[in-house]
Ligand binder design. Structure first.
Ligand code: GLU
Length: 389
């Protein structure tokens, strides 16, 4: 069979692939403790599901405008104003997407021609480099060094820019390291983008899950950045709505217009009633979800402190996000072997750091937002495994 080089040359997603593998093991009747993909244990809050079910029952089951339902876009504009101090025109500056991954795909499609270069963080979320590859671009990895607090220096970033560079992809709060970029960090990126006429695609899916008083800053609010930023947002993480596949993009009118063409041809529209759920999630967060966020902060710190106490492992408390980014360098094993053996010997699924990039090699990623029972058992098993090295 003569399949495309683009698919043949690509690899499976480590995050989704390992979670799928864990599910298959579970369906075969074997217990497995799954801390691989960033999926919280809690269901979507009932105030969101209730309104969505009412929409289905009321017959809201037809395709919508490609840019998204008016009610959803208005709710997005209100959310951006309330939470992010951004004044967005709901007619021209936002568009509904099927989560951040689909937003990333159309965002990149609008920006790059085959052969163009896209700067990504190393480590970065596993699907960025593959998506660039699918679209014929070349991902250029710029390391996030531990000694720089997993942050880019201006020098590192500037050295990576060539005549072919079109886009920088950024993630803050960062998956997998847990760094929340400060205004100062973002200013470095803004300066390089403006100087070299680049677009920045910023994945802000973890914007609400920031810990210990850290504040999320939207890159688009920095001077001169609004028109060159494609902001990806979704409800997957903060509202435990991963299965809904819904989010949105905020950008300039010029860019949104092009994205609308892509949505019309590629998906027609995001699922109709799902947009109602997302519109509800855009409202002022209710107690149910505020409780989730408090609980997640406790779990994240509990796990990272526990792991840091295991001999041979090192782990900092993250500033945001769901993950423990665990330094395994003292154990003298590759991150891939570590995760494979942990699954085989202790039935614990986590993600090897090398899947996030070369600079992730000495690390593994552990998702902390599972049930307390799963966490207790999983951490006990992780400790037993690490100590057997
Ligand atoms: N983004 C999440 C993660 O890093 C979910 C998995 C995925 O969609 O790839 O685990």
């Amino acid at each position: 069979m003569n399949l495309s080089k683009r698919v043949l040359d690509s690899s499976f997603s480590a995050t989704v692939g390992i979670a799928d593998k864990a599910q298959i093991i579970r369906e075969q009747g074997r217990a497995v403790y799954d801390f691989s993909a960033g999926r919280a244990f809690e269901p979507t809050p009932a105030y969101i599901t209730r309104g969505t079910i009412a929409a289905i029952n009321a017959g809201d089951t037809h395709q919508t405008m490609a840019r998204g339902k008016t009610i959803y876009r208005n709710a997005i504009a209100e959310k951006l104003k309330r939470d992010n101090k951004i004044d967005a025109d709901p007619e021209k500056e936002v568009i509904a997407t099927m989560g951040c991954k689909q937003g990333l795909t159309i965002g990149l499609l609008a920006c790059i021609n085959p052969g163009d270069e896209v700067i990504v963080e190393d480590p970065c979320f596993v699907s960025y480099t593959q998506t660039v590859h699918y679209l014929g671009g070349k991902a250029v990895k710029v390391p996030l060094k531990a000694e720089n607090g997993f942050r880019w220096t201006k020098d590192d970033l500037e050295k990576a820019v060539t005549k072919r560079t079109k886009v920088i992809i950024l993630c803050s709060p960062h998956n997998p390291t847990g760094v929340v970029h400060s205004k100062k960090d973002l200013q470095i990126i803004a300066d390089v983008a403006i100087k070299n006429n680049l677009i920045v695609i910023t994945d802000e899916v973890y914007e609400r899950v920031v810990w210990n008083g850290h504040k999320h800053t939207n890159l688009a609010t920095l001077p001169g950045m609004k028109d060159r930023t494609i902001t990806l947002m979704s409800f997957t993480k903060s509202f435990s709505m991963g299965g809904w596949r819904v989010g949105f993009i905020y950008s300039s009118e010029n860019i949104i217009k092009e994205l609308e063409k892509l949505q019309q041809h590629l998906i027609t529209s995001v699922n109709s009633f799902v947009q109602i759920g997302a519109a509800i999630a855009c409202g002022k967060p209710q107690d149910e979800v505020l409780d989730y966020w408090l609980e997640w902060e406790k779990k994240v710190f509990y796990c990272t402190d526990y792991i840091d106490g295991i001999k041979g492992l090192k782990c900092h408390r993250p500033e945001g996000g769901f993950y423990a980014w665990v330094d395994i360098s003292q154990l003298g094993t590759s991150s891939y072997d570590f995760t494979e053996q942990l699954l085989e010997k202790e039935s614990v699924a986590i993600v090897h750091g090398s899947s996030f990039g070369e600079f992730g090699e000495n690390y593994v990623r552990f998702t902390c937002v599972k049930s307390w029972d799963e966490l207790e058992e999983g951490l006990k098993r992780l400790k037993r495994f690490a100590q057997s090295h």
